[in-house]
Ligand binder design. Structure first.
Ligand code: F6R
Length: 601
């Protein structure tokens, strides 16, 4: 949420900053801005509400300099206006700050500054940092920033410029990601590798509480960090031949799914090798409950995962939105295994839930995609998801790998308990076959596009399923509403007749998830009830399922081991959402009001 980029070196900063911001826009896209120090050590700022491309159109002539910072915003304090856009400056106009995060004592500090005669021009929390830095009497810029940060509470990834300290950027991190990029005679600061990967892959990952001073000659951090080379393919941050990141990421799934399984399946004993769990078999056996925590799609996959764990390991397992968990003073038990699920590894609600569990002495493992992210670091061990960078706001390939991560975990927990070798081997084989089956689902793209065109015409839709199918329906509805802006509501198929059936009509389609399991015939009952009331039906199912004579649009995914069906049934829902949004002409990678990586509570 909010993207930050900074540059210091021999090149003209604005084009590099603009390029970086365009690549960071998925983190927030309601306003953008730049600040540069000119060659005469003057600070110039340009910022406005709207997209980065609109900022480019409004860059004043001669806007240049060799030291600069930029920001793309997702509004928290105050609406998306020109004034609230970052960078924020102090009263003298000599300090500029870009910030990602939230200051908890902003109101108090604003009141204090106002009482001292400071005129605050924006509604933001960030502006106070600019004033505090500007008022500091400390000698170096790093000391000034440290002094300012000593007065604020909250989270930040930030970069600061000061006209009295030309050729320098001070960066700081606390709860919001920030990295330094080391170039050849030049340096970068960024909230995310995406912004700088085309220029350097030598980076420094700052820790919470750490500050860094960056000049073209190099950097120093308060933690004494050294730079390290990271192994990343810059192409992962490009759409390539695809028209959007979302489509690219959907189509990558056969490959990315294979990656999370690689080296982790054991055919011989029908189990998995998960060294990252850092758990002995004895410890794995001792858990009496599993609690899964995640937000949004990660929570819905968490529900699928809890189902898998309960089924394979026969341990009571339950998923809960991480955003709710922390606020109800949860009981944390020693014999419960807590599992935090997150693509970004930054989602603040999930991170705070992990911290709450740890504070109460619980054991948490992470199913996380971004290596070294805050949640991954906060957990006691875990399973990296290896989906590669996910740029589209709507999560797809990471969701699939989360499910597979759960399948690996469930198999492990099952095999140290009562799951037989035969069942273990059956599931290992089933998992090995999944990437190919996902590829088969992707081949139905054209047909799904036709169905999506029809669904896109409806203002409101139901997504329903039972037991295994219900979290799939929830994830399907989430994806659909997120990018098509249609009202899509998920319901357990069994609950329809207890109320929502009243809404069924010829203008309200229902997407029904029917895995080939022992509930298939019961699902047919729900189909009949909907059909009898004239409701259009789209059924996502598997070849063995007999839908009787009900009139439906049927989409089959390949047959699979029954426990693994949820993920195959999820893939067409990603494509339906994508195609519907396309038909409606929406900005697929940047849906309105949203941003990737929700680093606010
Ligand atoms: C939906 C979506 C969000 C995220 C949620 C958690 O497509 O992307 O619902 O799943 O914000 O994000 P992570 O997984 O980064 O913790």
């Amino acid at each position: 949420m909010c993207g930050i980029v900074g540059y210091v070196g021999p090149q003209d900063a604005p084009p590099l900053l603009i390029e970086g911001l365009a690549r960071l826009e998925y983190r927030g896209y309601d306003s953008a801005g730049l600040a540069v120090l000119t060659d005469r050590d003057k600070l110039r700022v340009v910022k406005q509400a709207g997209r980065v491309r609109e900022l480019v159109e409004h860059l004043p002539p001669g806007f240049g300099g060799h030291t600069g910072i930029g920001h793309t915003r997702w509004a928290t304090h105050g609406p998306a206006t020109d004034v609230n856009a970052h960078p924020h400056t102090d009263a003298t106009g000599r300090v500029a700050v870009v910030h990602n995060g939230i200051l908890d004592n902003a109101y108090e500090l604003r009141a204090r500054l106002a009482a001292d005669g400071v005129e605050l021009v924006s509604d933001t929390d960030t502006e106070v940092i600019a004033h505090l830095v500007g008022r500091s009497q400390a000698a170096t810029l790093q000391e000034k920033v440290a002094e300012a940060l000593g007065q604020v509470h909250g989270t930040w990834g930030l970069a600061v410029l000061h006209a009295d300290h030309p050729g320098e950027i001070v960066a700081a991190r606390n709860g919001s990601p920030l990295i330094l990029g080391v170039g050849n005679g030049e340096m970068y600061v960024a909230s995310d590798l995406a912004a700088i990967v085309r220029h350097t892959t030598t980076v420094v990952l700052l820790d919470d509480g750490e500050l860094a001073s960056v000049t073209e000659r190099g950097f120093s951090t308060t933690g004494g960090k050294a730079a390290a080379e990271i192994d990343v393919d810059p192409a992962a941050y490009e759409t390539g031949e695809h028209e959007s990141f979302m489509l690219k990421e959907i189509l990558e799934q056969p490959e990315t799914a294979a990656r999370v399984l690689q080296g982790r399946l054991d055919d011989r004993f029908g189990t998995t090798h998960l060294g990252g769990l850092e758990m002995t078999p004895h410890e794995s056996r001792a858990f009496r409950r599993v609690k899964v925590l995640g937000c949004g799609s990660a929570y819905y996959v968490g529900e699928m995962g809890a189902g898998l764990i309960e089924e394979l390991a026969r341990i009571p397992a339950h998923a809960e939105p991480a955003s709710e968990f922390r606020y109800r003073n949860p009981i944390v038990e020693r014999d419960t295994l807590y599992v935090a699920v997150s693509q970004s590894g930054e989602t603040l609600d999930t991170l705070l839930a992990v911290e709450e569990i740890k504070r109460k002495g619980g054991r948490v493992i992470g199913l996380v995609n971004v290596v070294g992210s805050a949640i991954a670091r906060a957990c006691d061990g875990g399973i990296y998801l290896h989906a590669g960078p996910e740029v589209a706001v709507a999560s797809t390939k990471a969701v699939t790998n989360m499910f597979l991560g759960f399948a690996l975990l469930a198999l492990h927990l099952g095999r140290v308990r009562d799951l037989s070798v035969a069942d273990g081997k059956r599931l290992v084989k089933g998992l090995e076959e999944l990437p190919e089956k996902i590829a088969e689902v992707l081949e139905t793209q054209d047909r799904l596009a036709e169905v999506a065109d029809e669904l896109a015409k409806a203002e409101s839709l139901f997504f329903i399923g039972r037991v295994r199918g219900y979290p799939v329906a929830r994830e399907g509805a989430q994806k659909f509403k997120e990018i098509s802006y249609r009202h899509a509501e998920a319901y357990p198929a069994s609950e329809l007749k207890h109320g929502p059936l009243a809404l069924i009509s010829p203008t309200m389609p229902t997407v029904v998830i029917v895995p080939d399991d022992d509930l298939a015939s019961r699902n047919v009952g729900a189909l009949e009830e909907i059909a009898a009331r004239g409701g259009p039906l789209v059924v996502i199912t598997q070849p063995g399922v007999d839908l009787g004579g009900v009139q439906v649009t049927r989409i089959d995914v390949p047959a699979s081991e029954v426990e693994l069906a949820p993920i195959l049934l999820t893939i067409p829902l990603q494509l339906l959402a994508y195609q519907a949004a396309l038909a409606l002409g929406h900005d697929i990678d940047k849906p309105r009001n949203l941003a990737k990586s929700v680093t606010v509570e």
